[in-house]
Design a binder for this molecule. Sequence first.
Ligand SMILES: Cc1ncc(COP(=O)(O)O)c(C=O)c1O
Length: 390
Amino acid sequence: MNARIYLDHNATTPLLPDARAAMDPWLRPEAGNASSIHREGQRARAALERARAQLAELIQVEPDTLVLTSGATESINFALQGRAYHARAGGAGDHLVATAIEHPAVLETCRLLERDGFRLTIVEVGADGVVDPEAIEAALTPETILVAVMAVNNELGTIQPVAQIGRLCRARGIPLHCDAAQAAGRLEVDPERWQVDLLSFSAHKFGGPIGLGGLYIRPGTEMRPLVFGGRHQRGRRAGTENVAAAVGAGAAAAWVAERRAELQRRIGGLRERLERGLLQAIAGAWINGAGAPRVANTINLGCPDLEGESFVIALDLDGLAASFGSACSSGAVKPSHVLRAIGLEPERAQASVRFSLGWSTTEAEIDRAAELIPRVAQRLRAALAGRIAT
Ligand SMILES: Cc1ncc(COP(=O)(O)O)c(C=O)c1O
């Protein structure tokens, strides 16, 4: 029997062997609490700070600007709530701006803030899945206290013009948050060049463990903490640090930083091959976000007359993992807000599935996927036609 084919790296990428090996000693009984003053504690502290430095290097910031969190969702909540409440308390304003294709971690936090009296402008994107910096500029007011723009969209893989938006925001003294969960390890992440004040990422998107993320806070950006209860991480995030996860994340960051360009070239070649094969083999198929610059690993494929959820289930039964709708909410069956935001009619949005590649994807898997996906699509279409005919 053939092994399964995992094409859902945007949901989570498998743990890198280097990360797992680095974590092992920190999962043993001798591992201490990084806040303790004894030898076990000091060893844990040193390992934690080394990991922070490796993560900081991946996103090109100074280690002391990086707060370790439980993942991008927490980082985003901290960035948005921490900045918004601090700014409003200081009388700086109460207006937030976010794009329509942000991850639910951003959109739902913005909605929460809106219910708490903040004003919110959601900026629409083009049909190509990219936000226009001029549309962001038009949304800014003297009351704007934060703009949120993701670096790479998780469903389409489209790259957003963060540096252009950063320039606009910095010129007006408005902090910019960038959700770089799908960018770290795939693109060169550069908060200084992008003129970003807050940047969130998550280790499990680049081969580190699930449950470890980070928030870069540009020096001078004042924030209210999100989690209270201790002086950990210089009072910015209370709670005993997860040393094992941080060490694994640090090892994964070092691994990808060393081979990012080569890895992305290889993955990009495989993606092109699969995408071409699928477009040729499935009549009427299209790629969502095809017109825009995209990261190397993502295919968002539309298949006429198919229902994305049934397609993903059928592929799963045949041994291939893909996703339908937003990966993080794939338990809930709703047309994707991202696909609706790029103007797809509900039927076309429902007929779209995402394949995302990563470090463990092989040429042999892609060849099998290029044969399997059209075969399953064909079978489902035939079944659907039969159902309609009877
Ligand atoms: C763009 C984006 N932001 C945020 C998140 C949330 O990340 P985490 O799983 O670390 O909470 C994800 C996860 O899918 C994502 O793709």
